[in-house]
Design a protein around this ligand. Sequence first.
Ligand code: GLN
Length: 190
Amino acid sequence: MRVGVIGFQGAVSEHMEMVDAVLGRGSAVAVRSAEDLEGVSAAIIPGGESTTIGGLMRSSGVFNKLRELGKKGLPLWGTCTGMILLAKKGDEQTKRTGELLGLMDMKVRRNAFGRQKESFEEKLQVKGIGKFPCVFIRAPAADEVYGKCKAIARFEGRIVAAEQDNFLATAFHPELSGDLRFHRYFLGKL
Ligand code: GLN
């Protein structure tokens, strides 16, 4: 069983280590081309900078391939930047991100918690998981979920985790928390 972690920028190795910890060594593969996605059972889009990661995904062909696989039911999880890219709609700032994958019924806002609160940790109640240490770094949030998308965690009235069928989105970084429960939860979709 192989799980692809989109490997251009950001918290790639941290996600890979957690996937390996849950599924066994060598399960996680870094994805930098559409071919790297062949045969993967799930994929994760890590945090980083959405303009950069989005641009590299598009120029490499990973973007279109991921969208196609996601529509066919591939379990796909986006953390932070990944949450932005999974959304169907974005705020003004996401215009600089460029085209979004448009797979989840939600409207996201980039840098939703402002500059004075760039990075922080909060224990939040996550539906299906319980109280979880959530690490936020210049995090987005969803202003709105609709259709089949459901909010599974909120902070200060904003949606910071959401789920829709085979898709999972978190504004925070479970791969930096030292807690494997979120990775177990996602990989439980396999
Ligand atoms: N603020 C970044 C963006 O808008 C996301 C930050 C992150 O992924 N940690 O792309």
